[in-house]
Design a protein around this ligand. Sequence first.
Ligand SMILES: Nc1nc2c(c(=O)[nH]1)N[C@H]1C(S)=C(S)[C@@H](COP(=O)(O)O)O[C@H]1N2
Ligand SMILES: [Mo]
Length: 515
Amino acid sequence: MRTTTWAAVSGALAVALGVIGGELTAAAVSPSVSPVSAVGSFVIDVLPPGVKDWAIAWFGTADKTVFLLTIAVLILVLALAAGVLEHRRPFAGRAVVLAFGVLGALAVASRPQASLVSFVAPVTAALVAILVLRALLRSLDRWTREPGSDQVGPAPARRRFLQGAGGAVVVVAATGAAASVVRSGQSTVTRQRSAITLPAPVGSTPPAEGSFVPDGAVLDVEGISRLVTPNDDFYRIDTALVVPVVDAAGWSLKVTGLVDRDVEITFDELLALPLVERHVTLACVSNTVGGDLTGTARWLGWPVRDLLARAGVRPGADMVLSRSVDGFTAGTPLDALTDDRDALLAVGMNGEPLPVEHGFPVRLVVPGLYGFVSATKWVTELEVTRFADASAYWSTRGWSTRGPVKTSSRIDVPRSGRDLPAGDVVVAGVAWAQHTGIGRVEVRVDGGPWQAATLATPVSADTWVQYRATLPLEAGSHTVQSRAIDRDGGVQSAADVAPAPNGSEGLHTVSFTVT
Ligand SMILES: Nc1nc2c(c(=O)[nH]1)N[C@H]1C(S)=C(S)[C@@H](COP(=O)(O)O)O[C@H]1N2
Ligand SMILES: [Mo]
């Protein structure tokens, strides 16, 4: 290999060791902010909203993987360049690495969870990378100046360089392997989570509306959305590159702001309160018509209104700014948290403690509002305030401040592009109008008249409802559409509206062929 190639390899190895040193240091002294996660989150925060929407639209929930890969490739390219630069002119490569370190430190500084010790990690990363780069390139230099360096035999300087580089490769590979073992193994939080026994909900005899699944709520149609989405299939949307690790034993939630008294509640205190269980359909504002960023779970939690009552909301307040450990905020209209809709401080999802990605140990679930204004995961503070005085994460990034879920429906069966046998075609799916409830669902074929679909028994106004219709269709290509009508007579909008800034509108249209 040519000397330049070896210099580039040295750069990559030095930066890899630096990154590893930084991450290990962070794991030891400041687990909530590591340089890599800080840089990623920082970039996510400063990225223009349009780019984020584009990424979500193109890569769906895989957008984080694509994003991480992009960053990794960028860093690799710069690291290779740093090696080559350092070889041409001592200090030039180290300057690039130093600039990286400064950027890392700035990113760490931008994180709300950062404290003074968090800076030890980016400093360590830069130091390790600079020292390794210098050592490898000095050794490479000695090799190139060694008499007979053009020969193939193992001259001492060549051997020394290769030993150094080989050692670095071994360290990188070993920590990589160790890291994946740690990750796939039981992390403290996963262990803690599985040790938790959730209390039973109160008031289950007679069952409160929404707490159980009545007869007839599930239709027997192959391919229809499950009434209750299993936790593993539940969509996940958040700005957290690395899932926040929150120790339940150390967790507490503070209620602050326009209240008569600040209130703080621990996880154990929360579990001891009378918890209720409700089937609530969550929806993401980024969901496109017919999309899959929506799901239904049975949430166990304590009504937020009871917590707010403890604190005593002062007159003049109209919004609650909920804060997550990772700095995410949502601004929820006070009404939605205090009216009869059972907005919950949730600890359980489908009979289990919240999965870590869905907000362990505690999150908010507010029926009728999109997640970005209400469903704060890993929640640690509720600040009672005014819309005029505070703005939340997405509202400062081009999305609206209020986020009521728009009435909508989706066709699960048949799937687009299918060939179906002639005769009766089953059209089925789910419809939602949280807080108001679904009144009826209609379907139409090839733009013809709307026809009533059969509704399953609704679980509650906050739960989506399955529907089906059987349509006799002749051979040929067809399109079907669905529309939901809520209990107040509000009809699902047919306008073609994109998700930004307050949710998509339109009719889900499925095209298929009958043969
Ligand atoms: N801490 C935190 N909570 C958050 C978010 C986030 O980015 N960070 N995203 C919100 C959005 S936009 C949605 S749609 C819901 C999604 O919840 P889920 O991932 O459990 O489906 O979480 C909300 N809660
Ligand atoms: Mo969302």
